[in-house]
Ligand binder design. Structure first.
Ligand code: SF4
Ligand code: FES
Length: 163
């Protein structure tokens, strides 16, 4: 899961760009990686004025304060949603200590200061849900191809933990 920088201290380069959609606002840019979205719906429940699946574009970054948008994005367990603050704004701080947990359906839920090796090279991440079954077509991230297609019974508990 993590590798690369212990000896050199430098962050390894990306092999290719991840497939991201970007939504620019005045105070924050929101990025979305559809293949990693696992539909826990923290976003649409947390801030419907910004995240609305019935609207195009479905993300309106200026629909709330940048601080509030960032706070809800940090609840996205899969890391499908991330953000870049405007100059002077605070970037997301990783959880300390790093935590790893296996969900009942087999996903590995990780939060912390991470370097994740995958098809897009090695990426610095703060929130990921990794495939624990081998079925995902978007390794190492879970894409709900395996037994994890069934909702986890603990999903609501996890959502509650992040509030
Ligand atoms: S919180 Fe993240 S994983 Fe959940 S629905 Fe929103 S974008 Fe997808
Ligand atoms: S754990 Fe979800 S696809 Fe493998």
């Amino acid at each position: 899961m993590t590798e690369g920088t212990a000896e050199t201290g430098a962050e390894p380069p990306l092999a290719e760009k991840p497939r991201l959609k970007e939504y620019d606002g005045e105070g924050i840019t929101v990025t979305f990686e559809p293949r990693r979205c696992l539909h826990a719906a923290e976003c649409v429940h947390g801030l419907p004025e910004v995240f609305d699946l019935s609207r195009r574009p479905w993300v309106l970054p200026d629909g709330a304060t940048p601080e509030r948008v960032a706070e809800v994005i940090r609840r996205c367990p899969s890391g499908a949603l991330q953000y870049r603050p405007a100059p002077g704004g605070a970037a997301e701080a990783p959880d300390v200590p790093t935590t790893v947990r296996r969900s009942p359906s087999g996903r590995l839920v990780v939060r912390g200061d991470l370097l994740v090796a995958g098809g897009a090279g090695v990426r610095r991440e703060t929130r990921v849900e990794l495939c624990g079954c081998g079925a995902s077509g978007n390794q190492p991230y879970c894409d709900h191809s395996g037994p994890c297609a069934q909702p986890d019974e603990d999903a609501d508990d996890v959502a509650e933990e992040r509030r």
